[in-house]
Write a protein that binds this ligand. Structure first.
Ligand code: M6R
Length: 362
């Protein structure tokens, strides 16, 4: 049931504070540490992690790589499941694979899991559907407790996958002693703030709705960002094209002038994510490049960052949070932007053409 919402997608977007809370809270023990009973307790022999997934789950995996490499100091490769098997992955018994899937039934993702298992890797899955094929065939599974996701466009699965990956990165970091106690506590406190900060982003709904008017009648929309902002840009772009049928592309902001800038002309919308403090000046100069070609910049920044208002046409602010953990907040904002653009175009939001919720063919 849609519970009074016009679409499942909007209902599921709105459920994210609860989905995040349900995913995070049960995994914090009385002393304030992460407890992952579903997880191996020894990482000494692991020398490489592969994260494998499709679509939105792949985009969550990219954020996970950044977090695991930062806090657990193990090299991570993130691969699209339908590509992984056809390249030459280095898998052996010291390889750890993290398989991400909302449905737990995606054919390519399942096939990649089976390949890894055959070659001796240990497999952990992050899934939302209890008892589905992927967790059944994994050594370990950490479930996202997001509740059923009905709309084809994945929303609450994404933010909860990122939350689980963030917790995993700290958990492995603690096991391997690659993170200090202070940093562990600081980052974990930020993870605990996800539900309440997600709530603040949801309060921006009408502001986002009105900004979506600008992109409704456009032929192309570009999303730019660096590092985690780039990964969120990929997710925002996928969401928009999937439900509104507006062509969109995500570009690493630094790559703009290596080709795509040629497409930016008067009025072309560029959604610029500039939430990473350490990369702010660099992204700001990319915004200036876009403005110089007449592009219309919708920027996303952290609250309090007024400097960007001088350059962008409009700015949407997410609540203050450390750079590493912006993805769920900017992710929700872009979900709403895509939703309202599609709604204004009159699209069949919950069931976009040509797509299925669970892709069980390769
Ligand atoms: O069930 P899965 O997480 O394995 O599904 C993966 C993709 O098919 C899925 O995320 C797809 O990209 C969504 N429709 C995007 O909104």
């Amino acid at each position: 049931q849609k519970g009074g919402y016009e679409h499942f997608m909007l209902k599921e977007i709105s459920e994210q504070p609860k989905a995040l809370k349900d995913t995070i809270s049960p995994r914090i023990d009385e002393s304030g540490n992460i407890k992952l009973d579903e997880f191996p307790t020894n990482f000494d022999n692991v020398n490489k992690i592969y994260i494998i997934a499709c679509g939105t789950a792949y985009h969550a995996g990219l954020v996970g790589k950044n977090l695991i490499e930062k806090y657990a100091k193990i090299p991570v490769s993130v691969d699209i499941a339908s590509e992984f098997r056809y390249n030459n992955p280095f898998i052996d018994k010291n390889t750890f694979m993290i398989i991400i899937s909302q449905s737990g039934e995606t054919a390519d993702t399942l096939a990649a899991l089976r390949l890894g298992r055959k070659k001796g890797a240990k497999i952990l899955s992050i899934c939302n559907v209890v008892g589905s094929s992927i967790p059944r065939e994994s050594d370990y599974c950490v479930y996202t407790w997001a509740g059923p996701e009905i709309a084809v466009a994945s929303t609450k699965a994404y933010t909860t996958q990122v939350a689980v990956l963030a917790m995993i990165s700290l958990y492995i970091g603690k096991l391997r002693k690659t993170i200090s106690d202070d940093e562990y506590t600081k980052v974990l406190n930020e993870i605990k703030s996800f539900p309440q900060k997600a709530e603040s982003v949801l309060k921006m709904e009408s502001e986002i709705e009105s900004i979506s008017s600008y992109i409704v009648n456009q032929k192309d929309v570009f999303y730019i960002g660096r590092s985690i902002d780039y990964y969120v840009a990929m997710e925002g772009s996928l969401k928009l094209k999937e439900i509104s049928y507006i062509h969109s592309e995500a570009i690493a902001a630094g790559e703009l002038k290596h080709g795509t800038l040629a497409l930016v002309e008067d009025g072309v919308p560029v959604i610029a994510l500039a939430t990473q403090n350490r990369l702010f000046d660099k992204t700001l100069s990319n915004i200036k490049e876009v403005k110089a070609r007449g592009g219309y910049v919708i920027a996303i920044a952290k609250k309090g960052n007024k400097e960007i208002e001088k350059e962008a046409d409009v700015v949407l602010y997410i609540p203050e949070i450390i750079d590493e953990l912006t993805a769920p907040l900017s992710g929700i904002l872009l979900q709403l932007l895509a939703y309202y653009a599609a709604k204004k175009k009159g699209c069949d939001i919950d069931k976009p053409r040509n797509l299925a919720k669970s892709v069980t063919v390769e």
